[in-house]
Design a protein around this ligand. Sequence first.
Ligand SMILES: Cc1cc2nc3c(=O)[nH]c(=O)nc-3n(C[C@H](O)[C@H](O)[C@H](O)COP(=O)(O)OP(=O)(O)OC[C@H]3O[C@@H](n4cnc5c(N)ncnc54)[C@H](O)[C@@H]3O)c2cc1C
Ligand SMILES: NC(=O)c1ccc[n+]([C@@H]2O[C@H](COP(=O)([O-])OP(=O)(O)OC[C@H]3O[C@@H](n4cnc5c(N)ncnc54)[C@H](O)[C@@H]3O)[C@@H](O)[C@H]2O)c1
Ligand code: SF4
Ligand code: FES
Length: 804
Amino acid sequence: MRKEKLIVIGNGMAGIRAVEEIISLSPEIFDITVFGSEPHPNYNRILLSKVLQGDTSVEDITLNDWNWYEENDITLYIEEKVISIDSINQEIRTDQGRIEFYDKLIIATGSLPFILPIPGVEKEGVTTFRDISDTNQMVKASQQYKKAAVIGGGLLGLEAARGLLNLGMDVTVVHLSSYLMERQLDLTAGKLLQQELEQQGMSFLLEKQTQEITGHERVEGLKFSDGNLLETDFVVMAAGIRPNTELAQKAGLHINRGIVVNDYMETSSANIYAVGECAEHKGMVYGLVAPLYEQGKVLAKTICGGDVRPYQGSVLSTQLKVSGVDVFSAGDFIEDEQKKSIKVFDEQDGIYKKIVLKGNQIVGAVLFGDSRDGNRLFSMIQKQQDVSEVEKISILQPISGQGSGSLVASMSADDIVCGCNGVSKGTIVEAIQNQGCTSVDELKACTSASRSCGGCKPLVAELLQHTLGSEFDGAAQKEAICGCTSLSRDEVVEEIRAKGLSHTREVMSVLGWSNEEGCSKCRPALNYYLGMVNPTGYVDERESRFVNERMHANIQKDGTYSVVPRMYGGVTNADDLRRIADVVDKYNIPLVKVTGGQRLDLFGVKKEDLPLVWEELDMPSGYAYGKSLRTVKTCVGEQFCRFGTQDSMGVGIALEKKFEGLWTPHKVKMAVSACPRSCAESGFKDIGFIGIDGGWEIYVGGNGGTHLRGGDLLYKVKTDEELMEITGAYLQYYRETANYLERTSAWIERIGIKNVQAILDNVEERKKLNLRIDEALSTYRDPWKEIVENKQAKKELFETVVTS
Ligand SMILES: Cc1cc2nc3c(=O)[nH]c(=O)nc-3n(C[C@H](O)[C@H](O)[C@H](O)COP(=O)(O)OP(=O)(O)OC[C@H]3O[C@@H](n4cnc5c(N)ncnc54)[C@H](O)[C@@H]3O)c2cc1C
Ligand SMILES: NC(=O)c1ccc[n+]([C@@H]2O[C@H](COP(=O)([O-])OP(=O)(O)OC[C@H]3O[C@@H](n4cnc5c(N)ncnc54)[C@H](O)[C@@H]3O)[C@@H](O)[C@H]2O)c1
Ligand code: SF4
Ligand code: FES
């Protein structure tokens, strides 16, 4: 039976959550294609604030990686924008000229940041805060400039400001209203918040209307309507958002503020639905994930058929994600003729609580300084609980001051624990008691609790402890490697060693994985740990690897691949260049790019051409796709440079020849410079070598990515042999102790350079580590050559099967 074609425009949080709901209801009905204009698979936009504040990294906020799309047979086109919808012929067209037919179409285009209509907004140094690219821009600006101004003192502006403070900038928040977060707080809470943030180092200009952004090409300041000026090097616009409706408008759909939908998320056009921030329901447009996820549930049921409970709109609750600030707001929190409030204000401790009652119903709440009662109050608001029988003041006081255990004990089963995902206490308790969840990560996988902003994690953990009672295992609360198990990385590796486990499925079965297939997080990790523990006995499981590692090339947004041949030490010759040029001509390779790691990257290679390209290049794989040694960059060194004191190219080539093909927890880059001028940028590599008089300095844990980190000096050595020995021992220690997907920069901070030095100081230990790395290296075979020589693998992986 022909599957119906479902197209989703927008690869963001609401669109993909709706797809998840659809797949869980009816995995077989639709052939799904998703278009996303950003260059990433679906990620957790909420956590961009945490990325900026340095609490997590861009790599760690992916919600659904490429494997998820592949496993669910979803075609994803990234960096491809849908530019028109033909609702008569049921077709969409993209900016790449692609035209696709749909049976059903979901518009999930989100919002656009509101850009103040004032002169100067186009200047260099003005940004918004909406996506990964904006976040990277802010991190980069903080490395070059000192003064930042954030326009807008709402949730987004304050989270951006906290991030910029953490990045070392002087930050002034410019706000239109007389107090902060006026959409979520009342005057008292807004002022308390300001005091707290001032203590953290933030400055504020309130009741300021920005009239112009001054400067030549780059921003130099802000000019206000009262004539005052503020000098600044960088401006973040966080003055609200607007639903992204242009596409729907052009298609003739009914638009008001957003794309108008009914209670079933249907737009005014047949077979077209809208969900998320772009949708307007009963005059409301939402900008938080909880309502968008509720909409996604309704949409999935509508589209899959069956009983649908119509969407009735959502009550909102918010929390600011700034460490050291405890603030909560929910529902309708401003008093008027019909709505009266009850307040508790402890000025000494800076604690303020207010509930707003309409008749006998609690309709809103604001908490500052102690938000532990937030969930309970939110549940009362959602349930429109009648409080006529209750002594009103007690609503504000029953939990505070008591232990946290009693907080979860006092919650009723339908009280919401995770606001973002609408998960109640009852659902979590059921998952613990009936589905055997024993850790927060398992609960996240089972119920989605704590999957979004993460603010509810402590409460989920308390509930777990409370429910399990004496069976609660504190040790199990260590970071589990994924939601399929409660075991940590160290425990899994220990079990693999102790029980001699030799296959991912065996690990999952023997160690009692809750999901017998594993998931896209644990399968590649197990494959790595098994290979690390038993390098000569373990047979690598191709199917457990990420797609790029399976294909030995990097997949690009148009479905073609990029190919990087190995050029040891970044050194090449006429023969290699001639062969590369011939291959480029023969296979119509559209782009050849010199990489930052001194390699040539051939972009736009068709999947079926990959084995032929590799065969004709006749060069080893550069592993540009792998969690392994990528490149050793070198400066020309003593051979040609006047300043060179060492043979950087020779050492670089020797390092690369020795360690090529070594699987590591994450990618590893090296650089060798022959003098402290460090032309190969040795200070920002996983391992960097700098030639000095009479030897080398070895730097480790450097990173040139979003969270720039200069390497730490590990050792000074006198000879090239010592350099090799230390490098081997260091790399093996990293291989044996890091979590899968942990870069050396994060690992060294976690483990501590002094502890690593203590291990490597021990000559015997160093020898053993080197023996073990040599064993791992002994298994290396060039993967391109293997495929070229293996007809079966070539056929399975690279020949496109055409069925009619
Ligand atoms: C820094 C930050 C922190 C936040 N913190 C919180 C929080 O703590 N709690 C909370 O509840 N909410 C928070 N939010 C809001 C939350 O992230 C959004 O409500 C949510 O992401 C909206 O989901 P969406 O799918 O509607 O839109 P988006 O996630 O923006 O997704 C829309 C996607 O569609 C793509 N797109 C648009 N047009 C096209 C087109 N024509 N073709 C193809 N693709 C297109 C866009 O590029 C985008 O990737 C935060 C937002 C930000 C920016
Ligand atoms: N923790 C969270 O829940 C969280 C965090 C970040 C973002 N978000 C969401 O992201 C979206 C965007 O956030 P936001 O804070 O930009 O939106 P917002 O509309 O909540 O706040 C914008 C703020 O900017 C102020 N403002 C408007 N024009 C201004 C001007 N000319 N000069 C100075 N100030 C001006 C407004 O007074 C308002 O307080 C919202 O939907 C928000 O809910 C949520
Ligand atoms: S690092 Fe020193 S030796 Fe190497 S190229 Fe630069 S200046 Fe010359
Ligand atoms: S409250 Fe945001 S993830 Fe649970």
